[in-house]
Every structure is written in C-alpha cells, then in structure tokens.
Design a protein around this ligand. Sequence first.
Ligand code: NFS
Ligand code: SF4
Length: 660
Amino acid sequence: MGDKKDKTKNKSQKKLVAVSELTTCESTQAMLSKARQDGVDTAFDRAQAMKACPIGAKSACCKHCFMGPCRLNANDPYGKVGVCGATIDTIQSRNFARMVATGTAAHTDHGMEMLKLFRGVVEGRILDYQIQDTEKLFEVADELGIATEGREVLDIADDLCDVLETTYTQLEGEIPFVKRAPAKTQEMWRGEGIVPRGAMREVMELMDRTHMGMDQDHQNLIKQISRTALADGWGGSMVATEIGDILFGTPKPLQAEVNMGVLKEDQVNIIIHGHEPNLFDSMIASVQDPELIAKAEAAGAQGINLVGMCCSGLEMLSRNGIPHAGNFMSTEAVLVTGAVDAMAVDVQCIKQGLAKVAECYGTKLFTTNRRARIEGVVHVEFEDEVPRACTDTVVEMAIKRFAGRSAVVSIPPRKDVGVHGFSHEYINYMLGGTFRGSYTPLNDNIINGRIKGVAGVVGCTNPRVKQDWVHVELVKELIKNNVLVVQTGCSQVAMAKAGLLRPEAASLAGEGLREVCETVGMPPVLGLGACVDNSRILTACTHMVKTGGLGESIADLPVAGAAPEFMSEKAIAIGQYFVASGVYTVFGVTFPIVENTKFHKLMFEELADRGMGKWGFTKDPYEMAAMMIEHIDGRRRALGLDKSRERVLVDMADRRAMEG
Ligand code: NFS
Ligand code: SF4
C-alpha cells in the first residue's frame, strides 16, 4: 500500500509542467513557482491533473433526461443515437443552446442589477451613487425616442429606466437597442425571426426548447439560440454598458498600471475582483475615507492601496485609472504574494479555489453578493442603499490583517503602463478630431487601405493554454498586417502586460496602421473595457456602417472577432451574438461541436449565407490571424477595396459605384 501511494505521488509530481509553459505572465510564473514550493494548489496544476473529457469537450453527450445520460462517439457521430433517438446534431445544438442561455443570463442579470441601481438613484432611494454623465443620458434617451427638450434630468432618466427595463421583461415586440443596429442587419434579423422580445422571455423559451422531447431540429433551434444571444449583445450587455457610463462616466483614454507590481508592500492592499461596478465604486469611496486611512496608518501602513482584477477591475481601470493586478488566470496567483490583505468578490469568474489559496496566505476573502457565495468564505452582503456598510467593513478587516501579517510578502515587481478607456464615443472623437467627430476618418483609412480592417480580440484566459500567449501572438500578427485591434476583458489585460496598449506599440504595426497611429498618437490596440463592453464593439461597427463606404450591414464590414483563450459560457454567448450580428468569430482552446456534422456545417458555414457571420476555430494564433485576415480581405474585395492603397479620399459617388 505504502509503495503504491508513493508511486502515485511521484507520478503526479512528474506531471508538473514547467511554469514557463503555463503562462507568459512573468509575475504569474513567479507566483506559481512559489505556490508549488509552498505546496499550494492552483487551477494551472489542477488543469494538468484533470484531463478534459473528450466526449464532453465535443458536446457529444447528453444528460437532459434519465433514460440516459447518453454518450455518442465523436469519431463516428452518426454511428448511434441517444436512448430517445436524439441525433448528434440535436444533442450538440441543445448543449450549445444551454451555454448561450447561461451566458446570456449572466450578462442580462448583471444588466438588470445595474438597472435596479439606476432606478434607485433616479427615484432618490439610493444616495451613494449619482448620474455622472448627463450628456450620455441625453444621447441614449434621444436615440430611444424619449423626449429630452426642456425636461428635468431625473424625468428623462425615469423614462429611460422604463424603456430599458423592457430589454429584460418585454413579452412581445422588439428590445429597444435593436433600432441601434444598421437597417440591413435589422432586416436580416426580422427575416430570420430572431429579433429578441425580452431577455427573460428568450432565455426561458430557449431552456424550454432544450428539454427532452422538445426542439429536435438544429436548424430550428439555432434561431432561438441566436435570438437569445442577441438579447445579450444588443440587450443585457448593452444596457449594462450604457447605464455604467451614465452612472460612473463614459471612459476617456487615460494611463494606468497593470500587473502584480501595483501591490504595495508597505500599504494595506485590497483587491476587488468581479463584474459589477457598484461594489468597486463604493470601495473607492471607502479607501478615501480619512478615518479609515488614519486607522491604516495607526496599524503601521503607509496607506490603503486599492487594486482591481478581471472585469469590474477593467471598468474602474478605464474610468478612474485604478491599477489592475491581472486577468482571470492570475487571481489565485496574486494571493501567493502574501501581500493581499483583503480580496472582495462579487459575481462571475470567481474560482472556488480562491478560498483555499486565501486561507494559505492569510488573505481575508469576502463574498459580497447574495447571488454568489462560496462555502466557508465570510460573506459581507453588499447593498446599494448602504454600500459603505460592506466596503468599510472589508477595509477594516484588511487593516487588521495588515497589522497581523504573518505570510512572507513577495511581490513580483513588474508593472506595465498603458492607455485604457477607449469607448466608441472616443474613437469618434479621436479619429475625427474635435471639429469633425465622426467615424469618417476611420472609414477613410480603411477605404484607402492604410488600415486593412478591424478585429475585436476579447475574452478569458484558460489554464488549458499558455496564459496570455495566444492573445498576444494573435494581436501582434494582426497589427503587423495593418488590422486595428479593439480589446475587452481579460484579453485587454494580457495586452497591457505585453506593452501593446502604448502608443509606442505602433512600431510593431504594419506601415499603414503605424502611420495612422502615429498621426493620431494612439496605440494600435484599443482597450474598450470589460466583457459587457463588447457591446461597444457592436456600436462601433454600427457607426462604421452608418458612416458609409463599407457596405450596408455589419456582415459587409472588413472586421472579425476572436476569443483565443476562452473558458466561459458567457464567452460562447458573446461569440454567438457577434456571429448573429454578422461578424466572423474565431475561438481557440477547444470548440464544443463535433466536426463533420450538420450542426457544425451550419455554424461554421451556412449562417454566413443568411447574412450573419460564422464561427471559426483554431488553437494556433498565427493560423487564427491568417483566418481573420483572409476574411477581412474577402470583405474588402467584395466592397471593391482591394485596388490600390493610394486611393485616398474616395468621394461618395465612388463609394456608391463600389458598392453597386
Ligand atoms: Ni469575460 Fe470577465 Fe475574464 Fe472571461 Fe471572466 S473576467 S466577463 S468571462 S474570464 S474575460
Ligand atoms: Fe439520452 Fe435523449 Fe435523454 Fe438525452 S434526452 S439523455 S439523448 S435519452
């Protein structure tokens, strides 16, 4: 027995992959090595020990009823069917549908919470937050047909709440932001019958249709899948972004620091990790409270250092320049520094594994949201009406932990400065200049070929691939080929650490893109914020179409999207709303559909024939870049833009001729 145990131990130790193979983030590497020395487990090592189930990875199994669960053979997908007779196409489309339903539910639930906060502010019940961007409020209200002339801000806001609420609750009709999309894109959606009614309605119907014995035609189910995903992109996520801007301010470019070096050994370090900006905003107020600062100083600290991680970290990085310690795959590693006195989490992408790591290094970990608690972790409930009750408590506990710090503190020194906080509004302003704020210069530079096209590179990091590596190699390849890159989520943090969000990174771009970046003084890679801010990319695409010269629908644009290291169901929902909006979207890591099946063909080819985008998949960043560039070139050819690059300033008549 003893022998056997030892052998197992040796075997699992042998399995440990060099940290340099697991991540290109040097801070995370250092902390992973330290964790291993300290005998602490992280998701990186657990991923090595947990072999991904190949049947599940391909979505070839079904557990939608208890005549099963049923497993089909991904290598012979039509060789058998489930007990009920379900084919591979039924099984994998239903599984895909549920991922989209979950991802959409996550973003729309987040959006609903934002709306609840907004309403509380408007009705005067919530006093700790205010409308900070009235200009944005007016713009959005105008766009949605709410009268603004001569009316009080709060009256307009009140109407806006009612209109935006329909995004979620409406039983019939179209969600409000559908009308933001280009007319031809809307027409395509209506033709397909996939304009969302309300997100709650769509998620419910999608769940219903994936029950055993319901929709068993993947060609029919894809419609509800797309409709639900659109309720996320043009619904839940878009509302979350717009309310975020109205309440916390529309981001404008600013310099900020990213990486673990933002932690300070001689200060009380507090990390906020999650997705909803209200917790973070309240924490900003708490750490500025003179009484709490005095308490920190009395405990021997030089001050209180507030740092973000993941998506709410990105929201506050973009809006307030709050430093950011790292993306999803660094959240356990950062605790290994021993320097984190408290980490408060709210919702989404919070690994349960944090609890153990926090315990090992004496970090006080707090859950704060009633929707996301972790067994054994102290819960300090956050309430919009009295937000400081939660965040002040967290600060006090952090100070206590600082005073009694016993863990060895070892902070990787690196921090990377970059420019963050772009928005579709700012792209307007930046490229257009103050006098002609418009997308015309962007379109012109695409038409004249200096910029080949635009790529959105977004999404998670995943321990099944080398952290940050696929993101960074892909983006380098894209900008080298004159593709302007826009970023959100954990990908943006990877870029910041690689120095690609600095204007100087223009030197890595192709000649045309470099010229544009140097003229404007912008980086070749623009950070737009959190994952819900992918909606900013939809809005930017819409502006490009409406500005003219690049076709009539989003599907005509020379653009492409990618989530090269995705891990979440939210990412699947995002991918599907981009595809349904007309964007060719390539994912890495793995793809949950069996190749050489009808559903695969539908998703990877046929959707494009209906005026949508389509999916692509590869793990290799260089191949991914090539696929995206090939698509962009194809769109340029279709628009007649493949001629000479010196065709500067094309006039409207020329453009019409090209389109015709
Ligand atoms: Ni997006 Fe943000 Fe990161 Fe992925 Fe998670 S933090 S919502 S899901 S892992 S990008
Ligand atoms: Fe098997 Fe059909 Fe039940 Fe799925 S729904 S578990 S395929 S019997």
